[in-house]
Design a protein around this ligand. Structure first.
Ligand code: ANZ
Length: 956
C-alpha cells in the first residue's frame, strides 16, 4: 500500500476511508446534528422544556472549564479535556441519561484589554472575533454541545446576573448564630428593635446618621469597601492580587515594583465561610491533591491568643504552640502593627545591644526606617524561609505572663500584619524562624520541649530549632502551674485553661484565608452595580437598572505612572467618562445625584456561577428557574450538596476559581436562590499535552516541524539542536493546531489519538507521526463493514460463531467499564483488539457484530459511527442508541484445570481463571470439599502453589 500512489489507491478503492472522505462525512453530520438539535438537552420546564420521557431519565450535567478566547486560537493541547467530556457525555447519553453538555466563553480580562491597548481595537471587537474563530475550531471536532445554552461572560444578558448576584452579596451579612448568610434588612431590623446592640456606640440605631449606619453595615456586608493594604503597581497602573506578585515583590507581568498601599477597594467576606468551605470538601468527589490545596489555602490553625503586658497596654499574640510559652524570650510585631507607635520610647533603654538598633540614634528613627523598607516587599518575599532575618528593637519590653521575664519587643518583616494578630511570641528554641532571628540578634533561648535526639537542652549549642511535637515539656514551671513532663497536646490544654482563668488568653482558631480583593482598575470587566450618593454612601442598583452596561470610553488603557513612585494612586479608565459617572437616578426616594463606582470586577467574577446559567440561559426574570436548578444541580444520594456531575479542567485552577465559585454557591444557597450548596460535585483534572521543544546552540527555539532526526540526533537547517519536553505554544514554535490534523486525517482520528495517548489524568507528549495509527484503525473498521471498491455494506445476516461472540462481549464489557471510569485509552485498545480480530478472521462480519462495534465506537469517533450506522440501514441517529450490553455468558474467561495434591496425590481438580493469583488459588484449594475431607482435620505444614495449574498441600 505504501508504494501505491494515492491516485492509484483511489482508482482501486474509490470507497476507502481517506482524509477526503472523513472531511465529507464529518461536515455532513455536523450540519445534520446542528439542524436536528441532536445534542439539545431538555429542561423540566421553562423555554427549553422538552420531551418528558427524556426528562424522566437520570440526569448528567457534564462541564468543562470554559475557555478564554485568545487571539492565538487553539492548539491540539487545548481540546484534550473537551474531547474527553464529549466522549463521556456520549456514552452517558447512550446509557439512558439526559445529558447537559455545552460550552461558553470566559471573555472579560486582561489579555483582551492589553491587546486593545496595543492595537487600538476595542476589546469587544477582538474578543468577539476570537470567540467566532474558536467556535469554528471547536465545531470541527464534532463536540456534542447543546449550542442553545452557550454564552460569553461579556454578554450583557449574562453579566446582568453577575451584577445581580453582586447586589445579593452586598445586601447580605453572615449570621454566625444561624451559620449562614441572611439579608442585611434582617440585621437592620435587629438593630432597630434593639434586639441586637449597635456595635461601637451606646446610641440607638435611630439616632445614627445615614453615614454612620452605612459604616456599621459595612462591617457586616458580605461585599464591602474598605481601605485595605493592597499591592499597588504604579508601573502597570493597577492593584494586583497576591498571586500576581512575584517572590521578589515585583509584578508578574512587566516586572515592575509593587508597593503596599492603603486604597479603598471592594472585598468579598469569603472568610465568613472558611469553616463551611473546609467542611463541605469532605463530601465532594475531587482529587485528594486539590482538596489538600484548598485546605492549605484556607489554613485552619488551632491555637491560642495570649496577652503580654507592655506598660499599660497589652500585645496579643496568636500562637499554635501555647505549650511553649515559658520559652518565649522575645516578641515580634509586624512593622505595620498599630501598637508600634505607642510603645516606642524616646531613647534606647539601658543595656540595648548594638545589633538591635540598626545603627540608629533613637528607636523612633530605627522603626521609621525599617517600616519603609518593609513596605516595599511582598508577603511572599517577607516570609521566604531561607532569607536572612532582619528587624529592629522598638526599645520596649513586655512581660512574659508565665516566666515573668522582661522580653524585648522587636519589629521584623517575617511577621505579617494580615495573619493572626500581627504579633508573635518568639520561641527561638522551637521555631526555626525565631531561631535564625535570635542567632542574628544575639537573643536568649530557652529549651522547653526536651529534644528526643542527643543534642541536649542547651540551645546555644544547637544548629537548629527543635520543632518536633513528639516530646515532653521541661523548664516550664512557676509557683502556680507546671507543664513539666507533659506531652505537647496535654500541655497546650493545661496552659490554655490557666490563661483563660486569668483572663489573659483563650483558645482560638485562626484561618490563613483572607477576604477576597474584588476590584480592579480596569476597563474590560463587569461594572459594579453601585452608585455613591452625595454623602459618599454606597447604594446598590435595583434589578430594573441592570445590566449596567460598560460605557464606551475613548481610552481604555490604565493610567500608568513612574514605576518607582509609591505615592501615586490608580486612575480607573471608567472614571474618564464624566457623563456616565455622574447620574441622576431615582432609587425609590425621588431623583438624586449619584456618582458611579468606576472600578470593575476581577476576571474571576464571570466564572463564579456560569454553571447555573447553562441551565436556563434565556431566563430574563431570574438567574435560573428554581425547578430547573433543582433538576440539574439539586442534592441527591451520594451528592449531599448537589452540584455538577462532572467538571473537567486543569489542575492549575485548584484554588482560586474553585474556591470563589464555591463561595458564591454557598451565598446563593443561604439566600434561597439555589438548592445546591456546592457548584461541582465531581472534579477531574486532565493531564497536559506536552510537546518537544528544539533549541539551537544559542538556546533559541526553532520550528519543531522542520527538525529532522538523524543518527539519534536532531538537526535544523544543518545545525544540531537539543530536544526537551515542554509546553506547547506559539512562542516555543512547536504548536500543532487541531485544524492541521483534521485536514490531514479527519476529526475522528484526532479524537481517537488524543484519547489513546495515555490515561486522561497524565501528561503526555504529542507526536504527530503517531496520529496515523488511529487513522489506520478507522480504515480497518470501515473495511470490515464496507467494500472499498463498491461502497456496499459487506455484512452478512448469519449468526457469529462462539469465538467471535466471546471477542465481542469481552470488548463490550471492557469498553463499558472503561467509558464509565473515563479510561478512554484502554477502551480504544479494546475496540482495536475486537476490530483486529474481525479483520484477521477474514470472513464477512455478521450484522449483529458490526452494529455493536459501531455503537462501541460512537462516543469516540462519532462521525464515522453515524455514517456506518446509516449505511447499516438505520434511519435514526446513532447518538441516542442504547450502548451495547455484554452477555455475561461470553465474558467469563476461559478456564484452566488446576490439580490439588495432598502428599503428592491428586485430591481435587478446580476450574480456575488463567490469571488467578497464588493467594486466591490457595484459598480456593483449601476451601474445596474434597480437600477438606481428605485432610480430615489434620493441620497444614506447608502449601506450595504454582498458579494456575498446581497446589500441593503438605499436612502437619
Ligand atoms: C510561638 C511558637 C512556638 C510558634 C513554636 C510556632 C512554633 P500556622 O500554623 O501557620 O497558623 N505566627 C503567628 N502569627 C504570625 C504572623 N502574623 N506572621 C508570622 N508568623 C506568625 O502558624 C502559627 C505560628 O506562626 C504561630 O505559632 C506563630 O509562631 C507564628 F515552637 O507561636 B508560633
Amino acid at each position: 500500500m505504501s508504494e501505491m500512489n494515492s491516485a492509484a489507491v483511489e482508482a482501486a478503492a474509490p470507497h476507502r476511508y481517506t482524509a477526503a472522505m472523513a472531511a465529507d462525512i464529518e461536515a455532513r453530520w455536523q450540519d445534520f446534528w446542528d439542524a436536528e438539535g441532536t445534542y439539545e438537552a431538555p429542561n423540566p420546564s421553562g423555554d427549553l422544556a422538552g420531551d418528558p420521557d427524556v426528562v424522566a431519565r437520570p440526569k448528567k450535567f457534564i462541564m468543562d472549564m470554559f475557555p478564554y478566547p485568545s487571539g492565538a486560537g487553539l492548539h491540539v493541547g487545548h481540546p484534550l479535556g473537551y474531547i474527553a467530556t464529549d466522549v463521556f457525555a456520549r456514552h452517558q447519553r447512550m446509557t439512558g441519561h439526559n445529558v447537559l453538555h455545552t460550552l461558553g466563553f470566559d471573555a472579560f480580562g486582561l489579555p483582551a484589554e492589553q491587546y486593545a491597548v496595543q492595537t487600538g481595537t476595542h476589546p469587544r471587537v477582538s474578543t468577539e472575533a476570537n470567540i467566532e474563530n474558536m467556535k469554528v475550531q471547536l465545531r470541527r471536532l464534532g463536540l456534542g454541545h447543546d449550542k442553545r445554552r452557550s454564552f460569553a461572560t461579556i454578554d450583557p444578558d449574562y453579566y446582568k446576573w453577575t451584577q445581580w448576584i453582586f447586589v445579593q452579596i452586598f445586601n447580605s451579612w453572615y449570621d454566625d448564630e444561624a451559620g449562614k448568610a441572611r439579608p442585611i434588612a434582617d440585621l437592620v431590623a435587629l438593630f432597630e428593635s434593639g434586639e441586637r446592640p449597635v456595635p461601637g456606640t451606646t446610641r440607638a440605631w435611630s439616632e445614627l446618621t445615614a453615614a454612620e449606619r452605612a459604616d456599621v453595615l459595612g462591617e457586616y456586608r458580605l461585599a464591602y469597601a474598605s481601605d485595605a493594604p493592597v499591592n499597588w503597581c504604579p508601573g502597570l497602573g493597577t492593584v494586583l492580587a497576591n498571586e500576581e506578585v512575584t517572590a521578589d515583590g515585583r509584578s508578574e507581568r512587566g516586572n515592575f515594583p509593587v508597593f503596599k498601599a492603603k486604597l479603598r477597594q471592594w472585598n468579598m467576606r469569603i472568610t465568613a465561610y472558611a469553616d463551611r468551605l473546609l467542611d463541605d470538601l469532605d463530601a465532594l468527589d475531587w482529587p485528594e491533591a486539590i482538596k489538600l490545596q484548598q485546605r492549605n489555602w484556607i489554613g485552619r490553625s488551632e491555637g491560642a491568643r495570649v496577652d503580654f503586658a507592655v506598660g499599660d497596654d497589652a500585645i496579643t499574640v496568636f500562637t499554635t504552640r501555647q505549650d511553649t510559652l515559658f520559652g518565649a524570650t522575645y516578641m515580634v510585631l509586624a512593622p505595620e502593627h498599630e501598637l508600634v507607635g505607642k510603645i516606642v520610647p524616646a531613647a534606647w533603654p539601658e543595656g540595648t545591644h548594638d545589633v538591635w538598633t540598626g545603627g540608629y540614634a533613637t528607636p523612633a528613627e530605627a522603626v521609621d526606617a525599617y517600616r519603609k523598607q518593609a513596605a516595599s516587599k511582598s508577603d511572599v518575599e517577607r516570609q521566604a524561609e531561607a532569607k536572612d532575618k532582619t528587624g529592629v528593637f522598638t526599645g520596649a519590653y513586655a512581660i512574659n505572663p508565665v516566666s515573668g521575664d522582661r522580653v524585648p519587643v522587636f519589629i521584623a518583616d517575617y511577621v505579617l500584619m494580615g495573619y493572626g494578630t500581627g504579633a508573635i511570641m518568639a520561641v527561638p528554641a522551637h521555631d526555626s524562624r525565631d531561631f535564625a532571628f535570635a542567632r542574628a540578634f544575639e537573643l536568649p533561648m530557652r529549651c522547653v520541649v526536651e529534644p528526643s535526639d542527643d543534642r541536649g537542652t542547651d540551645p546555644s549549642t544547637w544548629d537548629e530549632a527543635f520543632d518536633s511535637y513528639d516530646a515532653k515539656l521541661v523548664n516550664s514551671s512557676n509557683d502556680e502551674i507546671s507543664l513539666d513532663g507533659l506531652g505537647v497536646v496535654e500541655a497546650k490544654a493545661r496552659i490554655t485553661d490557666w490563661l483563660v482563668a486569668r483572663g489573659i488568653g483563650e483558645g482560638t482558631v485562626n484561618f490563613r484565608l483572607r477576604d477576597w480583593l474584588f476590584s480592579r482598575q480596569r476597563y474590560w470587566g463587569e461594572p459594579f452595580p453601585i452608585v455613591y450618593d452625595e454623602d459618599g454612601i454606597a447604594h446598590a442598583l435595583p434589578e430594573s437598572m441592570l445590566p449596567l452596561e460598560l460605557p464606551e470610553v475613548e481610552d481604555y488603557s490604565p493610567r500608568t505612572f513612574d514605576p518607582d513612585d509609591a505615592d501615586t494612586q490608580p486612575e480607573t479608565p471608567l472614571s474618564r467618562n464624566e457623563d456616565w459617572v455622574n447620574v441622576t437616578l431615582d432609587l425609590g426616594d425621588g431623583p438624586k445625584k449619584y456618582r458611579r463606582e468606576t472600578n470593575t470586577m476581577p476576571n474571576w467574577a464571570g466564572s463564579c456561577w456560569y454553571e447555573l446559567r447553562y441551565l436556563d440561559p434565556h431566563n430574563d426574570s431570574a438567574l435560573v428557574d428554581p425547578a430547573i436548578e433543582q433538576y440539574w444541580m439539586g442534592p441527591r444520594e451520594g451528592q449531599p450538596h448537589g452540584g455538577v456531575d462532572l467538571y473537567v479542567g486543569g489542575a492549575e485552577h485548584a484554588v482560586l476559581h474553585l474556591l470563589y465559585a464555591r463561595f458564591w454557591s454557598k451565598v446563593l444557597y443561604d439566600l434561597g436562590h439555589v438548592s445546591s450548596a456546592e457548584p461541582f460535585h465531581k472534579l477531574y483534572n486532565q493531564g497536559m499535552i506536552q510537546a518537544f521543544v528544539y533549541r539551537d546552540a544559542r538556546g533559541i527555539a526553532v520550528p519543531a516541524a522542520e527538525v529532522e532526526e538523524r543518527d539519534g540526533a536532531f538537526w535544523y537547517q544543518g545545525e544540531k539542536v537539543s530536544r526537551v519536553l515542554g509546553k506547547m505554544g506559539k512562542s516555543l514554535k512547536n504548536a500543532v493546531t487541531p485544524d492541521e490534523i483534521c485536514a490531514e486525517y479527519g476529526a475522528d482520528t484526532l479524537r481517537l489519538y488524543e484519547m489513546a495517548m495515555g490515561p486522561l489524568d497524565v501528561s503526555r507528549p504529542w507526536d504527530t507521526r503517531a496520529v496515523v495509527g488511529q487513522y489506520r484503525l478507522l480504515q480497518r473498521l470501515w473495511r470490515n463493514i464496507v467494500d472499498e471498491s463498491t461502497g456496499e455494506v459487506t455484512v452478512v445476516d448469519t449468526e457469529p460463531d462462539e469465538d467471535t461472540l466471546r471477542a465481542l462481549h469481552k470488548a463490550i464489557d471492557g469498553v463499558s467499564q472503561d467509558m464509565a471510569a473515563m479510561r478512554f485509552n484502554t477502551a480504544i485498545a479494546k475496540v482495536t483488539e475486537l476490530n483486529n480480530y474481525l479483520t484477521k478472521t477474514g470472513a464477512p462480519v455478521s450484522r449483529s457484530v458490526a452494529e455493536r462495534l459501531v455503537l462501541l465506537v460512537a462516543p469516540l469517533a462519532p462521525h464515522i459511527a453515524e455514517e456506518l450506522w446509516r449505511k447499516l440501514g438505520h434511519t435514526e441517529s446513532v447518538v441516542h442508541q442504547d450502548f451495547p450490553v455484554a452477555d455475561p455468558a461470553y465474558v467469563v474467561d476461559e478456564t484452566v484445570t488446576c490439580v490439588v495434591q495432598i502428599k503428592g496425590k491428586v485430591k481435587a481438580r478446580l476450574e480456575v481463571s488463567p490469571s488467578i493469583t497464588d493467594a486466591d488459588l490457595e484459598a480456593l484449594a483449601l476451601a474445596d470439599e474434597g480437600v477438606v475431607a481428605a485432610l480430615g482435620g489434620a493441620g497444614i505444614r506447608k502449601v506450595i502453589v504454582r498458579a494456575p495449574k498446581l497446589v500441593n498441600i503438605v499436612p502437619a
